[in-house]
Each structure stands twice: as structure tokens, then as C-alpha cells.
Design a protein around this ligand. Structure first.
Ligand code: FA5
Length: 343
């Protein structure tokens, strides 16, 4: 190639570059076509090896001027992909929306319950899930080998406490009563919420792992009417002012008297025929409750002649079922997104 031919090739490259710039080709494309090792200019500069030193200087300087011009253009335009016609990338567009999850209905229900009880002045405490026999049974007035223990089928753990008695998975949240009363002095208004475990067959209203709410009050001159007022206020806050409660006699070793508490069925008004939720009775069994037994106070170092109190325990799944209109508890654990998304 002689000098004239080389200059013509450089001129053709310049024209090509002007055209590409006018068409607003992406700076990446221009860089690739003109400046890369295999680009037009690199090849042309490589051809200079055949020329004399004088010609190399003259033509090399022209080639480098062009190279500089292209590099400057690319630097100026590379940060502006929006104006880049060939690129599909528009960083000003909003991203793909990510579907957001939400807390599980059991957790939402638990939080609603806790916030409702906080409004009534009850503060939240926690207890361990792997519990000592003493807190789960003995201090709650379930003597060893007493048949009342059979009311709560228990998962025992291999680990033993210092008395040689096996630890167990707590069967209810009532042990938190003992732990709190042994560490604090009355007046106390306390709730606790969390998982409990029972070796039970699973069906539409029973699980072997479920959640309970515990509440208790210990003070002077506490009576059953305080319990009734507290539960009525709580239930109306959860299910609306039309909701009613009723008490019937029941037995728990740690309360005397003990009561089963039923809530008027919130679904009956919307069901034309027989209500499937309460089976037409109009009432739903929701809680166990009663006045704290003197033996429990004694185990906590309180004088039962001075201090009285009430306690109650509820299944949180039962509340969730009512709030969300679920008739089978198992739906809460199966993690079927078709159901969870609609709750
Ligand atoms: C108790 O566990 C008592 N500790 C409650 C209590 C506390 C009574 C304080 C008096 C004073 P019970 O075993 O009935 O009681 O359980 C309380 C609630 O837990 C029941 O009303 C029910 O809503 C729920 N529940 C009981 N067993 C299951 C189960 N297997 N699956 C799901 N929920 C259950």
C-alpha cells in the first residue's frame, strides 16, 4: 500500500465514524468498530510498519489524531445510555415489581391479640419451649402421677434436670405464670404468647404444635368479675362490640373455680342455614380460665390470704380461624400459597 492509498483508507474511516456518530450508534459499538485491536484504525496503524520513518511520523500523527477524536467521543457518550438508540436499556424505567410477602395469619393474629391486651394494661413476657416438669406441672398444682397430667399428652425430652426429672416440651403457656410470679411482686398484669406441644392426633381443630395466649392478674381483691370484664373487653376488641361471652364450669388444677369460656359465633349472622363453624350452637369454645389456685400462689411465695388473681389461656389458632373464616386448622400449617395469599 502506498501513502495515497493509506490516506484514502483513513479518510474512509473518518467518514464511517461521522456517519455512526450522526446515527447515534452506541459508544460501545463505535469503540468496538474503530478502537479495538481488530477495529479499522488499529489495522491501518499496523500497516504503517511498511513505510519510511518520515512517512510513519506524518501518517502516524494523523492516525493518532483520529484515534483521540473517537476516544473523546466515546468517553463523552458512554455515560448516557438513554440517548443510545441501539441499546434497549433505559435506566429511567421503574424495575419489575417484586411480590411482597406478609406475616403468617397465626403471627398476625398473635400480634393483634398482644396489642389488644396491651391496651388493657397487660405486659408481655416469654418462657422457654423446653420446660422443666416443675414449671409445666408441679408448681401449677399437678402433683406427680396425678391423673390431671393425662389431660395434656406430653412430649418428654431425654435431658434430665438436677432432680433427675426429664425436661419436656411445654404443653401450655401457663408455666410462664410461675416464672413471672416467682421473679416479680404483685400487682401483676401479664400476658405471654407462643408455641406449645402436645402428643395429639391432628384433625380439623387439633394440632400437635399450636400457639397459646396466657394472661393473668395477681393483686389484692381481684374477683371473678374482673376476669369477666377483662375477657369481655378483649373479645369485643377482637371481634366487634356485638360479640358476647359466656362461662361454664370447667376443671384445671391451677384455678379454682375454673371455667370454659365460649364466644358468641361471629359467623352465624352471615350463614343462612345451620352455621358450619359453631355447628348451629351459636357459641364457640375459645378459652380456659379461672381464679388462680391458692396452691399456685403458695408455690410462688405469695400469701393466698392477701393476694388473689385470675388467669386464662386461649388457643391462638382458634382466634385465627374465626378472624379469617377458616374451618380447618390444618390449612394454617400446610403453607398452600393459594390459601395464604388470600388471608
Ligand atoms: C390449657 O392449656 C390451660 N393452660 C388454659 C388455662 C390457662 C386455663 C389459665 C385456666 C387458666 P386447654 O388444654 O383447654 O387449657 O387449652 C387451651 C386452649 O388451647 C383451648 O381452648 C384450645 O383453644 C387450644 N387447644 C387445646 N388443644 C389444642 C390442640 N391440640 N390444637 C390446637 N389448639 C388447642
Amino acid at each position: 500500500m502506498n501513502k495515497q492509498e493509506w490516506l484514502e483508507k483513513l479518510s474512509a474511516l473518518r467518514n464511517e465514524f461521522e456517519k455512526a456518530a450522526a446515527e447515534k450508534k452506541s459508544s460501545q459499538d463505535i469503540e468496538r468498530d474503530f478502537l479495538s485491536k481488530k477495529g479499522g484504525l488499529a489495522l491501518l496503524l499496523r500497516d504503517l510498519s511498511a513505510f519510511s520513518i518520515e512517512e510513519k511520523k506524518e501518517l502516524g500523527s494523523l492516525g493518532n489524531d483520529f484515534k483521540k477524536k473517537v476516544a473523546e467521543y466515546c468517553a463523552e457518550n458512554s455515560s448516557n445510555p438513554v440517548s443510545d438508540k441501539k441499546s434497549d436499556l433505559d435506566i429511567t424505567l421503574c424495575g419489575h415489581p417484586y411480590p411482597k410477602g406478609h406475616s403468617h395469619p397465626i403471627i398476625i393474629t398473635m400480634e393483634k391479640i398482644i396489642s389488644s391486651m396491651n391496651k388493657l394494661g397487660f405486659s408481655l413476657e416469654y418462657g422457654p419451649l423446653a420446660e422443666r416438669d416443675y414449671y409445666n406441672f408441679e408448681a401449677l398444682n399437678f402433683p406427680p402421677d396425678h391423673p390431671a397430667r393425662d389431660m395434656q399428652d406430653t412430649f418428654y425430652l431425654n435431658q434430665k434436670d438436677e432432680k433427675g426429672i426429664n425436661y419436656l416440651l411445654r404443653t401450655h403457656t401457663s408455666p410462664v405464670q410461675i416464672r413471672v410470679m416467682q421473679s416479680k411482686k404483685p400487682p401483676l398484669r401479664v400476658i405471654s404468647a407462643g408455641k406449645v406441644f402436645r402428643s395429639e392426633a391432628v384433625d380439623a381443630s387439633h394440632s400437635f404444635v399450636f400457639h397459646q395466649l396466657e394472661g393473668f392478674c395477681a393483686d389484692k381483691n381481684i374477683s371473678m368479675s374482673d376476669l369477666k370484664w377483662t375477657l369481655e373487653s378483649f373479645i369485643k376488641d377482637m371481634f366487634g362490640s356485638a360479640a358476647k361471652i359466656r362461662f361454664s364450669p370447667s376443671y384445671f388444677p391451677f384455678v379454682e373455680p375454673g371455667a370454659g369460656v365460649e364466644v358468641s359465633c361471629v359467623f352465624c349472622s352471615s350463614s343462612k342455614g345451620k352455621c358450619p363453624v359453631c355447628k348451629g350452637t351459636g357459641w364457640l369454645e375459645m378459652l380456659g380460665a379461672g381464679m388462680i389456685h391458692p396452691e399456685v400462689f403458695k408455690a410462688c411465695g405469695y400469701n393466698p390470704d392477701e393476694i388473689s388473681g385470675f388467669a386464662f389461656g386461649a388457643g391462638i389458632e382458634r382466634f385465627a380461624m374465626l378472624l379469617y373464616g377458616i374451618s380447618d386448622m390444618r390449612q394454617l400449617y400446610e403453607n398452600d400459597l393459594r390459601i395464604l395469599k388470600n388471608l
